[in-house]
Design a protein around this ligand. Structure first.
Ligand SMILES: [Zn+2]
Length: 401
């Protein structure tokens, strides 16, 4: 039988997770969500307050106006994660506090000449150091979470393959630990998996148990949530939908195969269809093309619509396989969505089995470009969310102050 102490620690974790995901809640709302008595909630809130993880007070002051009673909310400066994203076009680093609040964020272009491993680690390392310097005083740091556009093993941070960065078998976890010292727990995961996690926790997938998140920049990746849990796969690389062959007579992909989905719907595919051959892929060229398409430029619009058809046929396949309630589109696909929604829906109507078609709902991501950073924070913050007593109580200091 569980000891009273382990029950109490479990309840602290349940309460902190609830506030982390929901924001400010009154004690009666907490009681309804967790099925606990008011006195139990009062003791748990007092414990988390003493550790600096939760604030309690006047609803207007804590950003929940209109509530009749005291509210508790996560304290973003009580515990935080440092996060970074290594994308093909950009590098970024952030400090993300409890509740998913971004306390600091810097994003810079990932220079095409500096995609090599050592240069990337040097550049992203500088951003991470700036983020570390921005951590609020007294804030408990849960760890460093890194999102990367590649196939990565979470256990050791080994990047098996990142075709659009040109990386293969890079021990990123070890290299980052060497750079920042092994004392900071480091977790590294695929950016689409993290985008899915973030949208499921705070974005367009909240409360959805069957979710597919598909995002595109240069490559295309997906994160799949089934029965409320992320689909990981036997080798940890499930969701590599970008490398499913959709066009046997298509063009060669960076992975070496012909006609992968990302060669039909990624940013370079969009530019290619509009006849724009860029020496190196830049996000601004795609933004410009989407703007031209929105103004009705026939060449730009034709390219976008062709990508929309390939997007729709691929999403139809995923919908038939996974029967999701919701599909969330991130990155370039999110920006493109208003222009291709009709085309994608028509492809789905023509290809998806009726029961799956009836329940699926496709939406643009809510968290924009910050999704992978927020997902990386969620992974790193799991330590404190699972075990809030890792953070020492400050009550002794307060009494003496
Ligand atoms: Zn491929």
């Amino acid at each position: 039988m569980a000891s009273p102490e382990s029950v109490r620690r479990h309840n602290l974790s349940l309460l902190l997770r609830l506030l982390h995901q929901s924001g400010a809640l009154s004690r009666s709302e907490i009681g309804a969500a967790l099925g606990m008595t008011r006195s139990t909630i009062g003791e748990l809130v007092a414990d988390l307050r003493a550790r600096g993880l939760v604030e309690e007070g006047d609803p207007a002051r804590l950003g929940a106006p209109g509530r009749p009673s005291l509210v508790a909310r996560p304290n973003p400066e009580g515990a935080a994660a440092i996060t970074a994203e290594i994308a093909v076009n950009s590098l970024s680093a952030a400090v993300v506090g409890l509740g998913g609040r971004i306390l600091h964020l810097v994003r810079v272009p990932h220079q095409p000449r500096r995609l090599a491993v050592d240069q990337t680690i040097e550049d992203v390392g500088t951003l991470i150091q700036t983020a570390m310097a921005a951590i609020p005083p007294g804030c408990w740091v849960a760890g460093l979470g890194i999102a990367i556009a590649g196939v990565v093993s979470r256990a050791d941070g080994l990047v098996h393959f990142a075709p659009n960065l040109g990386w293969r078998d890079v021990p990123l976890g070890l290299l980052v630990a060497e750079r920042f010292g092994a004392s900071l727990p480091i977790v590294i995961a695929n950016e689409a998996d993290l985008g899915a996690l973030a949208e499921h926790t705070w974005g367009a997938g909240v409360g959805v148990d069957h979710l597919i998140y598909v995002s595109s920049e240069v490559g295309v990746g997906a994160g799949v949530v089934i029965d409320g849990r992320p689909l990981v796969g036997a080798a940890g690389c499930a969701g590599e939908v970008g490398h499913v062959q959709v066009n046997p007579t298509g063009v060669r992909c960076r992975c070496g195969a012909i006609g992968c989905w990302e060669t039909e719907i990624g940013g370079p595919a969009l530019l290619r269809r509009a006849g724009r051959t860029e020496r190196s892929y830049r996000g601004e060229a795609v933004t410009r093309l989407l703007r031209e398409a929105a103004w009705g430029d026939p060449v730009a619009l034709g390219a976008v619509e062709e990508v929309g058809r390939w997007l729709g046929s691929g999403l139809a396949g995923l919908t038939n396989v996974f029967n999701p309630q919701r599909v969330v589109l991130g990155g370039l696909l999110c920006d493109m969505w208003p222009l291709v929604e009709q085309i994608v829906q028509a492809e789905l109507r023509g290809r998806v089995m009726a029961p799956a078609l009836e329940v699926v709902d496709i939406r643009a991501a809510h968290l924009g470009a910050d999704g992978p950073l927020l997902g990386a924070a969620e992974l790193a913050l799991a330590r404190v969310l699972d075990e809030p007593t890792l953070v020492p109580s400050r009550s002794a200091e307060r009494r003496s102050a």
